[in-house]
Design a protein around this ligand. Structure first.
Ligand SMILES: [Zn+2]
Length: 71
């Protein structure tokens, strides 16, 4: 999964949105990157989760959603 566009909110917080990335409803997922980590929230069903950035040996960065317990 590629993190395509980042909207910089301030020096420490950036946001991105990932279409069809919600693991619950496949809706648009809003991703917030902050010093505390990466949190995600779905704009459709408000599913909340965590994610982490993975940087490979070629320097490209991708976003990996961390598995969370299903309700
Ligand atoms: Zn959703």
């Amino acid at each position: 999964m590629e993190a395509t566009e980042l909207n910089v909110i301030d020096e420490t917080i950036s946001e991105a949105s990932l279409p069809e990335a919600c693991p619950s409803c496949h809706g648009k997922l809003s991703v917030r990157l902050s010093p505390d980590g990466i949190s995600t929230v779905c704009l459709g069903c408000h599913f909340m989760g965590r994610a982490q950035l993975e940087t490979d040996e070629y320097g490209s960065t991708s976003l990996e959603l961390l598995p969370t317990a299903q309700a």
